[in-house]
Design a protein around this ligand. Structure first.
Ligand code: SF4
Length: 401
């Protein structure tokens, strides 16, 4: 049996197993119901969202065509704001840059980031001798469970409260009941101390404004505020596809992202331009006030420019990571993130083909897609996943001929 056949065999077995897992079944049924109800009432309350999404589609199309110049503009703006900007063409370069900034023996608090998952960031930093804590509640559960995300926005979607209670009771060495408020409470208490003793905070970003160099991060838990505000150093690791030309367009993109992620208004929208500063003594600007003294942004390519350059696939880079399509996907509804690697479901299969290998590596996912098109109906960017999956399948077939 070839390695590929073995991989496909294991993947299929896993999908079958997942579809019979009562924990996955219970958790996803609850999540899909809640998503559909919330997103529909949110859209009724903010009816301008669909029109705004249309405008964001144009912003994204322009931004992908002008990505290189937007990146150069953003890097200049970040340096002007007294931050430091880097461009990493691949995973190795990201870790080379991180090695210079972070080194070893540091305590790091980290926010949720799909790019972080793609790069296996926590594992890489731990391997370099650092202590790293995931601070998003779902990611924290997965860190303790030694598991991977099963949804891009709700990484621990497959873990019901009863299982969370078992994991926390084991880790905190005390009885934690299957009560969600109490489960949240124990993590809050544990991580508070970490934020204020950590050497470094690491976050991703939802969108970056090229003209001002401002990084926008949407969140609800408040963990990103603490990760990016309390430690003396803040590092942002962001994919180049997140660049848009202006601050106003960044805010439009952010609003569409959170609305399709089912939030009327998220608890927090963090907008960060550089290290903290003050001019309160004699109007002399001094960097490093109450927040971070150092601010770094690493723009990461890792296959993205190739995706943007291909006419048929450029639209995949418009993905806002709102997660809406996954709740509509009939396969995802029974298998959760087992339908995928880092990136999940139909759109994830296209991303896998560009940023985690080639079409062959994405083949099991490409052939899991039913090409039913339900994801396109939900997608604010109207990304035509079925047609891209079809095209990639033909590449898999021709590579075997
Ligand atoms: S493909 Fe569309 S619906 Fe799915 S996560 Fe991306 S933007 Fe959201």
């Amino acid at each position: 049996m070839t390695d590929l056949n073995k991989e496909i065999g294991a993947y299929t077995k896993n999908l079958n197993k997942a579809s019979k897992d009562p924990n996955i079944n219970r958790a996803i049924t609850r999540a899909v119901k809640s998503y559909r109800e919330t997103v529909s009432s949110t859209m009724d309350r903010y009816p301008h969202t669909e029109k705004l999404a249309e405008e964001v589609r144009e912003i994204k199309a322009y931004s992908m065509q002008h990505n290189r110049e937007l990146r150069e503009q953003a890097m200049e703006a970040i340096e002007r704001n007294h931050g430091k900007a880097f461009f990493a063409k691949d995973k190795d370069e990201v870790f080379r840059i991180l090695d210079e900034i972070v080194g070893t023996g540091k305590v790091i608090v980290k926010g949720k980031s799909m790019l972080g998952e793609e790069l296996k960031l926590r594992h890489g930093l731990e391997k370099a001798g650092n202590e790293v804590w995931e601070t998003d509640l779902g990611e924290f559960i997965l860190q303790l469970k030694d598991d991977r995300p099963m949804h891009i926005l709700s990484p621990a979607i497959h873990v019901p409260r009863e299982q969370v209670a078992e994991i926390f009771s084991d880790f905190f060495k005390k009885e934690v009941p299957p009560d969600i408020a109490q489960e949240v409470g124990v993590v809050r208490e544990f991580l508070r101390e970490k934020y204020f003793t950590a050497d470094i905070g690491i976050s991703g970003a939802n969108v970056v404004a090229a003209d001002t160099g401002q990084v926008v991060i949407i969140e609800n838990e408040g963990n990103v505020r603490l990760c990016t505000g309390a430690p003396p150093v803040h590092i942002v690791i962001v994919g180049i596809e997140k660049l848009v030309p202006s601050f106003l367009e960044a805010m439009m993109t952010a609003e569409v992202t959170w609305r399709y992620a089912q939030y009327g208004a998220p608890s927090y929208v963090n907008i960060i331009s550089g290290p903290s500063k003050t001019g309160d003594i004699e109007k002399v600007t001094t960097y490093g006030a109450h927040g971070p003294k150092e601010f770094y942004v690493i723009f990461v390519n890792n296959g993205r420019s190739k995706m943007m350059a291909e006419e048929h696939f450029s639209q995949a880079s418009h993905c806002l990571r709102c997660g809406g399509c996954m709740y509509e996907c009939p396969v995802f509804q029974v298998t959760a993130g087992h339908y995928g690697k880092t990136y999940l479901s139909g759109i994830g299969s296209v991303w896998t083909a560009f940023v985690e290998g080639g079409a062959d590596d994405a083949a099991p996912m490409l052939y899991t897609c039913l090409r039913c098109g339900r994801c396109v109906e939900r997608c604010p960017m109207q990304i035509d996943v079925p047609s891209m999956v079809g095209e990639l399948r033909s590449r898999v077939v021709s590579s075997e001929e």
